[in-house]
Design a binder for this molecule. Sequence first.
Ligand SMILES: [Zn+2]
Ligand SMILES: [Zn+2]
Length: 366
Amino acid sequence: MTAQEFDFSDHSHRRYNPLTDSWVLVSPHRAKRPWLGQQEAAYKPTAPLYDSKCYLCPGNERATGGQNPKYESTYIFPNDYAAVKIDQPPLPKTDPDKDTLRNRLFNVQSVRGNCFVICFSPKHNLSIPQMKLSDLIHVINAWQTLYNDLAREAREIHKPYKYVQIFENKGTAMGCSNLHPHGQAWCLEAIPSEVSQELKSFSKYKHEHNTDLFADYIKLELQEKSRLVLENESFMVVVPYWAVWPFETMIVSKKKIPSIGNFNQTLKDDLASILKRLTIKYDNMFETSFPYSMGLHQAPLNATGDALNDSWFHMHFYPPLLRSATVRKFLVGFEMLGEPQRDLTPEQAAEKLRNLDGEVHYLEKF
Ligand SMILES: [Zn+2]
Ligand SMILES: [Zn+2]
């Protein structure tokens, strides 16, 4: 066999994710299977501005009998089917120091908290890419208010709140049944695993290199540019070097800002603008209302010490679509039993996203 030079866009390799301390298998040669020309526009935007059956539309009755006010901007209310609640009995008492099999293997923690729904807009048929920048600012303001209010309630009236996970689940492909533009916030008395793993990774990196993981990562991505999708003064959007989902992206604050609680007006304007530009690119990718799960990662509420010093505001977008509006990626087989795998390289995905323009045009086709 003749010596061949390694080609990252052809030969299989594994990439390390320093945030989650895990690996992803990249098999670029498999992406050569033909897939262009298979885009199908499955989405027909026929939804009305107002839907009398929608439990999120202004003035409508909610599933549990409450009624929404006739809100005219972003609107937050407690989730009628909250995953965690403030009031519940304490766990049965056990002696944690006793070396029993149960103590070794069946670890359990009490978890209280609160869950909220955030209606982005009173208009039933909009989504982030179609919203005006001035309306997106209301969404960002709502996230900030929620973050700061929950922190204050924890401080002043001892509510059991340690971390608030703000997220949006969009599209039926992600299991979201209501089209109305909305996100959620789940506030827990514990730091969820993904975030707590990141905090561990940040701390380890700082210990080893005496600098922030994200400070180095931003420097490197802006230098290499091959995974860069968008940037403005305050933020960059990249397909992470270690991305698992085909068109996964991350919005990262260029400067170290622990949370949205500290955002000034410039940061809010820049986040609104980059959110809109990114989601328009997503919609134009397969000419559909692009489904995804996205969310904010930031400092725990009232963080101090390392948790505050190591936190760096960023957002993850995990979209499931693979090669058309109707063909999605599943994490199955080897990925469930071994580790995640992707065909398209993050560099190829970033190039596709970079080359898409920033106008909403798929709507005009219908
Ligand atoms: Zn609605
Ligand atoms: Zn993160």
